[in-house]
Design a binder for this molecule. Structure first.
Ligand SMILES: [Zn+2]
Length: 86
């Protein structure tokens, strides 16, 4: 009888250990996937707001691609850039 309890106990430990390893493997895999996530956040350089890349307004300024939350920010930023660089 004692042997049976020991065996059950050992199986439970092994089972939880395997589950823990499996979970760790799964979470590390998720981290890798996050890099290719289409819901990647980009920062609006004008108002400093983070917006999803998909819904952001794309604008190339001086060879650099910038993302804006709205057209108002885009225009204001471009105007500001022209002013500062000129
Ligand atoms: Zn903005």
């Amino acid at each position: 009888m004692l042997r049976l309890i020991f065996f059950v106990f050992l199986t439970l430990i092994l089972y939880s250990l395997l589950r823990f390893l499996f979970k760790a493997m799964l979470s590390s895999g998720k981290k890798r996937d996050r890099k290719q996530d289409p819901e990647e956040l980009v920062q609006d350089p004008y108002c400093q707001t983070y917006i999803p890349k998909r819904s952001a307004l794309k604008k190339k300024v001086e060879g650099q691609v910038l993302y804006f939350c709205c057209e108002k920010c885009l225009k204001s930023y471009v105007r500001k850039e022209v002013k500062t660089s000129a």
